[in-house]
Write a protein that binds this ligand. Sequence first.
Ligand SMILES: [Fe+2]
Length: 474
Amino acid sequence: MKLRNLLALLSVGLHVLSAVAQDNQSEKTFIASPYLQIGRQPSAQSLELVWHTTDVDAVWLVEEKTGSQWKKADAPAFGRVAVAGIDAHRIYHSKLTGLTPGSTFTYRVLKNGTVVFTADAKAPKSDKQAYRFVAIGDIGAQSPDQKLLAVQIYKANPDVVVVPGDIVYNTGLISEYRTKFWNIYNSDKETIESAPIMRSIPFVASPGNHDIGNRDLDRYPQGLAYFMFWNQPLNGPAGGEGSAWVPALKGSDVNKKAFTDAAGEAYPRMGNFSFNYGNAHWLYLDSNPYVDWSDKTLTDWIKNDLASAKNATWRFVVFHHPGFNSSREHFEEQQMRPLSPIFESGNVDVVINGHVHNYQRSFPLTFVPDAVTLAADGKPARGHVVNGKWNLDKNFDGKSVTKPKGIVYLVTGAGGAGLYNEEQNDDKASWQPFTTVFRSKVHSLTVADVDGKTIKFRQISATGDEIDAFTITK
Ligand SMILES: [Fe+2]
């Protein structure tokens, strides 16, 4: 055989091998590999494991290792997602229970009796244990900096990740999670552009405008995936469409039913919720402009929720649209400002926002809003300027003076989507009086170490540089 013919044969052989490999790849066990969530009723002894599969029956089992013994987690259950435009698939979940708070443990997933997935994970911290959280918003953009920051999250080795909205761009679709989210934050191995994070620790997300702002299911039948994929508490105010905080779904009855079947109990309740993690109480809100925050049911719910957290050392509030923002971008979207007095009387320490794609830290402040402007419909104008009087604690420097008089408002929206207002980074005259740090030239995330009555915050860039640091104490 001539050399040329031999090479041709080899080439055909290689193509066949490569085709076989691709077939195996397409028969992957998971559409989304197992990821941890805090679950509907979070505790330091439990986590919820979630994974996505094709719409094919199989016997699934989850086991967690305690000592040298494997014990069964709760029997897996699934919800079926059958919306237009994407193959029907299943979202399985199983509750891991009996965890030792703060411990590292191993779990595994079995399909038809065969182990198909194993991971080490961290149990949630108790109220007596120190912990680290990362906060990072505006993330799933499939940008180089989103990927670098995924690796920075992994390096920071937090116990939990806080996402103040805009989880995936551009419309919160199922398909967008597959190309811009799971593959970056829950890859099987650490690479230069992804890391195996979500299998080991939970992310907790509040919904941004790109996640749930669009309610037109004829245009986006795969939309509102937030309500399908996140397994978070459902203890917010109960109210359906037409309430002050739930706009109506649009679209055909078929598409609406497909969505509500897929979302199950999470829709619409999971827009607002709260839980305790470590020694802190966490309040997550839907800040999208369709919500009428002057509604008494809503404000009473926040007041009662914060009052009920009397044993917590710290109180954090997480939502997408910042009330206190110095960027020219999104400047007028101040609809959350009127809540500041409620946060203050509820002893909130830090408010964590995104939406604006840069990093901003306020002086500790208290705020008295002017009377709210009414729109033509007689309801408060939303998405518009809310003037008022702020008192700024300029003695606080986060280094030698660390007890703030007022709430610190953080914008940490430089998590991956295109940066806003880089030109304001060095133009201090363009910052609002309440802003003390403004970093808009690099993508970044927030690392917070909470230890008893001390929190050390650091803002870390995509390349690992520290671009802000401050400490808060009680
Ligand atoms: Fe946003």
